[in-house]
Design a protein around this ligand. Structure first.
Ligand code: ADP
Length: 422
């Protein structure tokens, strides 16, 4: 739960950070675009100033329009002014495009005394926020009027223009950020959905197993009653029932124990214990069992006492699980348990010379329900719960487990449990 919040926080911070960086890039891009624009405008201003200083067809026509002299043409004054407004507009457009500026503009030709002489065919509304670039004209036209003459270029909404120029970068980066957010949300959703399914399945398995307890108990009781009042001949049959019932009970306990370990985090009641006599006991019992089955088992418990913080029943179960696996998967080959202390840790090594575990399976055998599939999986009975239980117990004791195994050579499980400081 805590980890989940940390991951979500990291994700949100990363996305916000990415968005902020993008925003800063955009700002820098806009500033660069503005600098570039100003440079282009300066060049255009220069060109316009130079070209309009000479007397040519255009300046002649504009000159006639601003001096309101239509006598040269066989046209009305309005038409002359209209034509010169259009020609001047085309002239400015051409100079702007030549310098790489392709955005809407308007212009007005005004004298210093604010007399309006000529305006562009398309005029922006006064209310609009305009960027203005005045060009003081030299040569022919001001001389004609004998006044200082200014050609003012006006651009509106220049930021939109810059943004449009940067669109090649901003829109894809926005799309990528959105795509990352969408994918992460999808992954998180399916992850939590799957986790929910797993939790529900686990709860179901635990409930079902719990329900099995009652009939098992009832059968046990009935078997006991039956045992007292039965002929000698039929006693072996009842013994089989009892034996199988004990096994079933053992399996049920395993599932329930694991379930309870999973449902509560701090399920371990760690107390100060000496594991040496407990290990001694486990080894003696296992030794008796293996002798019956004809398996060689040896053990050595070096040093001691093994003082540590732990829960006896869970540690007992975990070590028994390891020994039991060694017995189940070693086809009668030699099994050994060694315990010693090293670097203030208790090291317990359970090794066998059995069929071993492949590298691929080694990564998965600690997962719940995982069993190695090698054709005769069901030759050895199990539910794939033993090692996942061991792992839980080890984690609950802040201990470590190491697995070394080679196919057909054998398996070594090493547990390292922190000892109490003397
Ligand atoms: P189970 O024994 O009930 O199948 P475990 O969780 O104890 O479940 O073990 C998981 C799998 O790991 C087993 O199915 C087995 O294939 C493999 N395994 C465990 N211990 C050994 C071992 N000592 N030697 C070979 N294989 C082992």
């Amino acid at each position: 739960m805590k980890k989940r919040k940390v991951y979500i926080a990291i994700f949100i911070i990363s996305v916000l950070g990415l968005a902020f960086i993008q925003y800063r890039y955009l700002e820098i891009g806009l500033n660069l675009a503005k600098i570039q624009f100003n440079r282009k405008i300066a060049q255009t201003t220069q060109d316009i100033k130079e070209d309009l200083s000479q007397k040519d067809q255009l300046t002649f026509l504009v000159g006639k329009a601003i001096t309101q002299d239509a006598s040269f043409f066989r046209l009305g004054l309005d038409s002359v002014q209209d034509a010169s407004s259009h020609y001047l507009n085309d002239f400015i457009t051409e100079r702007l495009v030549k310098n790489g500026i392709e955005t809407d503009f308007s212009y007005s030709l005004v004298a210093q005394d604010s007399t309006d002489y000529l305006t562009s065919p398309k005029v922006f509304r006064e209310s609009e926020k305009l960027n203005r670039y005045p060009i003081e004209l030299d040569g022919y036209l001001p001389l004609l009027l004998n006044k200082r003459l200014i050609l003012e270029l006006q651009f509106k909404d220049i930021n939109t223009y810059f943004l449009f120029q940067l669109n090649g970068l901003t829109i894809p980066s926005l799309i990528f950020i959105l795509a990352i957010i969408a994918v992460v949300i999808w992954v998180l959703r399916s992850f939590y959905w799957q986790r929910n399914v797993i939790t529900t399945t686990n709860e179901f398995v635990n409930n079902l197993t719990h329900e099995l307890k009652t009939p098992v108990f009832a059968i046990g009781l009935a078997t006991k009653i039956l045992e007292e009042d039965i002929s000698e001949k039929k006693k072996p049959i009842v013994a089989i029932i009892k034996h199988e019932l004990e096994r079933l009970n053992g399996h049920i306990d395993k599932v329930l124990e694991l379930g309870s370990l999973e449902s509560r985090k701090n399920v371990f009641q760690l107390t100060k214990i000496d594991l040496l006599p407990i290990l001694q006991n486990i080894c003696e019992e296992f030794s008796a069992l293996t002798t019956l089955e004809g398996i060689t088992f040896s053990y050595s418990l070096e040093g001691g006492p093994y003082l540590l913080k732990g829960e006896i029943s869970h540690l007992e179960n975990a070590i028994n699980n390891l020994l039991d696996n060694a017995r189940k998967y070693s086809d009668g080959a030699e099994i050994r348990l060694t315990a010693y202390t090293c670097d203030n840790k208790l090291v317990i090594v359970v090794s066998d010379k059995g069929k071993g575990i492949s590298k691929k399976d080694q990564k998965r055998i600690f997962q719940k329900y995982y069993r190695v599939t090698n054709g005769n999986l069901y030759k050895v009975k199990g539910y794939g719960l033993g090692l996942s239980y061991v792992k839980r117990v080890i984690d609950g004791h802040k201990a470590k487990i190491k697995l070394e195994s080679e196919l057909e050579k054998g398996t070594t499980m090493t547990i390292m449990i922190p000892l109490l400081k003397r």
